[in-house]
Ligand binder design. Structure first.
Ligand SMILES: NC(=O)c1ccc[n+]([C@@H]2O[C@H](COP(=O)([O-])OP(=O)(O)OC[C@H]3O[C@@H](n4cnc5c(N)ncnc54)[C@H](OP(=O)(O)O)[C@@H]3O)[C@@H](O)[C@H]2O)c1
Length: 251
């Protein structure tokens, strides 16, 4: 498909050049797909371009490591906004992807004159990030789900907090998104975005991707940390823990 044939959802003047890290992951791939559909130009960064399925006239698939400064500088040069949906599975050993990539992104943006940065961490970095509304869910959350998630993700959440600190101290026009548990659905739907933690423990990767793109082209939430959730769709929390942690490690 070429640009002339395509029906874009935004005017030509609002089309951006976006560099998306984690583009080969669930959220990143959804962001690439939605960005192209909207008319943006996309550089999709992955260490494994041979595994990246999407093709498009306005898509550049860039082989690079988000923790290697030379790769990041090359990938973001000329970008209007830089988006990170980078992630690793839960691990008992120390995780440094989030903080190492944040350092590289910020330094590379300083070198190339980039300003707009949207990154994804997790609502679980906040001890109050999972507010609940009913007594039953409070008990389940406190004695079952909460301890499992925090035990599995202890090293990940510590590094996400380091990433947030680096991003907040960067002087860039940043937005941090703190999603709850992720799941997949066909297409993006209605969402809620808030400065405070929300009840509602899920967001679809497709919805998270849509919020990343909205934030990349908006000044509304510059230098803010946002909680996000889907308003429709609801997977099993146990399935989500399996997919995100134990299942990923076994791959
Ligand atoms: N799953 C959940 O329930 C949940 C909840 C809250 C927040 N989150 C966070 O939400 C974000 C998106 O999650 P997701 O499940 O959609 O992502 P994902 O499928 O785990 O994808 C993450 C991608 O990061 C890339 N990556 C890892 N290390 C890299 C490196 N050094 N350089 C370049 N790329 C690298 C990998 O791509 P390549 O291997 O191709 O390079 C991978 O495809 C993550 O930050 C995750 O921690 C997840």
């Amino acid at each position: 498909m070429n640009e002339e044939q395509e029906t874009s959802s935004i005017p030509a003047t609002q089309r951006l050049s976006l560099t998306i890290f984690g583009a080969n992951g669930g959220t990143g791939a959804a962001a690439v797909k939605q960005a192209l559909a909207a008319g943006h130009r996309v550089t999709a960064v992955t260490r494994h371009p041979e595994q990246f399925a999407q093709r498009h006239d306005r898509l550049t698939v860039f082989k690079g490591d988000a923790t290697v400064i030379a790769d990041v500088v090359e990938a973001i040069t000329g970008a209007d906004a830089v988006l990170s949906a980078l992630g690793v599975p839960y691990s008992r050993v120390s995780i440094s992807l989030y903080s190492d990539s944040a350092r590289c992104l910020v330094e590379a943006m300083a070198q190339t004159g980039g300003r707009r940065l949207v990154v994804v961490t997790s609502s679980a970095v906040d001890p109050d990030g999972f507010p609940v509304t009913s007594p039953v869910s409070r008990i389940i959350g406190k004695y079952l789900i909460g301890p499992v998630i925090h035990s599995l993700g202890r090293t990940m959440y510590a590094d996400m907090l380091r990433m947030e600190e680096i991003v907040r101290g960067s002087g860039m026009d940043w937005t941090i998104l703190r999603p709850p548990a992720l799941f997949d659905k066909e297409a993006a739907g209605p969402v809620e975005v808030s400065l405070a933690p929300m009840a509602g423990q899920f967001i679809a990767r497709q919805d998270l991707a849509a919020i990343m793109l909205t934030e990349a082209s908006s000044t509304q939430h510059h230098r803010e940390t946002l909680y996000v959730r889907s308003l429709d769709g609801r997977p099993s929390i146990l399935r989500t823990i399996w997919d995100d942690g134990i299942g990923k490690k076994k791959k």
